[in-house]
Design a binder for this molecule. Structure first.
Ligand SMILES: [Zn+2]
Length: 281
């Protein structure tokens, strides 16, 4: 199933704006371009595409999938899972960063193929059930096949499958249901906290003189504080380039206890600049 998006809608939806849009395509080519799986930790693999992160955390009783990519990515993600030894029936739970088409577009298809249960915060569950429609800022511009949510969770809750447990941290702003996930893993023999930190951008959002703005800006402030306070050894973001994931892997600097705080600092500075610019208009 393909996304029917205008180039304009996609350009404001992208959370990093260095992406080059192919003239003939409705979304950046990297979002659906295949990428080989990358092992990030003893039990954590990157199984996404070149431009959209999808992670799987493997355990003895099954695996948990974080995000699914665009609607057209379902087969590529399942192939990457297969390549790392995860069969569809091994995926027992699916969790999400936020309910935009580029990260959860394939969630209905992958839920159907795996039989996994989707877990989400209430604010994310409603956007998933609407297939991205009624989005606070994008309206009905970024639809995808709707997905049922099997388990509604709260901020701070854990999603557990056997010996794998992921904790949800509400980091709203980019969407009201934006969620950051943490879990324990081992990298190079060291116990680490892995962090899948949600997007902290406000792409095209009006943040000044808009009834939605005050709440959204306050939510972002809380999200930045939450991120700075998290234990954080290995940072992954839904758009890998938002945290230089592949460059850090290449450089051998994946473990970095300052990564989450620096990510929060960088995105908060961008938000402040966006607010100042809009206030001056
Ligand atoms: Zn988004």
């Amino acid at each position: 199933m393909s996304l029917f998006l205008s180039a304009a809608a996609v350009s404001i939806a992208c959370s990093v704006c260095l992406i080059v849009f192919p003239v003939s395509a409705a979304q950046p080519a990297s979002w659906s371009a295949p990428h080989a799986p990358v092992r990030l930790g003893e039990r954590t693999w990157y199984v996404g595409t070149a431009g959209i992160s999808v992670l799987v955390v493997r355990g003895e009783a099954g695996s948990i999938l974080l995000d699914t990519g665009v609607p057209a990515s379902a087969e590529a993600v399942l192939a990457n899972l297969d390549a790392v030894g995860v069969r569809p029936e091994d995926v027992k739970a699916i969790v999400t960063s936020h309910a935009h088409a580029d990260h959860v577009g394939a969630i209905a298809a992958i839920r159907a193929r795996t039989g996994a249960r989707v877990h989400a915060l209430e604010a994310s569950a409603s956007l998933l059930a609407d297939g991205g429609r009624n989005d606070l800022f994008f309206g009905d511009d970024l639809p995808y096949p709707p997905a049922e949510v099997d388990v509604r969770i709260g901020d701070g809750d854990a999603v557990t499958v056997g010996d794998v447990s992921l904790r949800a941290h509400a980091t709203p702003g980019h969407t009201p249901g934006s969620t950051t996930w943490t879990w324990a893993d081992t990298v190079e023999g060291k116990p680490v906290t892995m962090v899948f930190a949600d997007s902290l951008t406000a792409p095209g959002y009006r943040l000044v003189d808009d009834p939605r703005a005050a709440d959204t800006v306050a939510q972002f402030r809380r999200a930045f504080a939450t991120l700075r306070a998290l234990p954080c050894d290995v940072l992954v973001t839904p758009h890998p380039e938002a945290s230089g994931l592949f460059e850090r892997i290449e450089a051998g600097t994946l473990i970095d206890a300052t990564a989450c705080a620096r990510y929060a600092d960088r995105t908060e500075a961008a938000l402040d600049a966006q607010i100042a610019k809009q206030a001056a208009e």
